[in-house]
Design a protein. Structure first.
Length: 101
């Protein structure tokens, strides 16, 4: 019987253009570091931050630099102060507007 070798499937089309961004989000009460999904329809992280949805969904989230991580956290955009893209110690700050108290 012949042994079959398996190779990982090649991702093409829609899934190849979508991506994950690792971000650091600061609110008044905590700092979150996690991954945000940026679908093909949005193209940029700022498109995700400025859409009509009230929450930013994060996966693999560290809260306040703790050792463990949460699988999923949804953050209300109304409470976000800053968003920083995390790439090998570098980052860009993105402002999503003034908050209303």
């Amino acid at each position: 019987m012949a042994t079959m070798t398996t190779t990982p499937p090649r991702i093409t089309g829609y899934a190849a253009r979508a991506r994950w961004e690792t971000v650091r989000i600061e609110t008044d009460s905590a700092v979150y570091v996690g991954r945000v999904y940026v679908p093909e329809t949005k193209k940029r992280l700022s498109d995700v931050l400025c859409d009509d949805r009230p929450f930013i969904n994060l996966t693999e989230v560290s809260i306040n630099d703790t050792e463990g991580s949460e699988a999923f956290v949804a953050i209300n955009k109304q409470y976000v102060r800053t968003v920083r893209v995390v790439q090998e110690g570098m980052g860009n700050v993105v402002s999503i507007g003034s908050r209303q108290s």
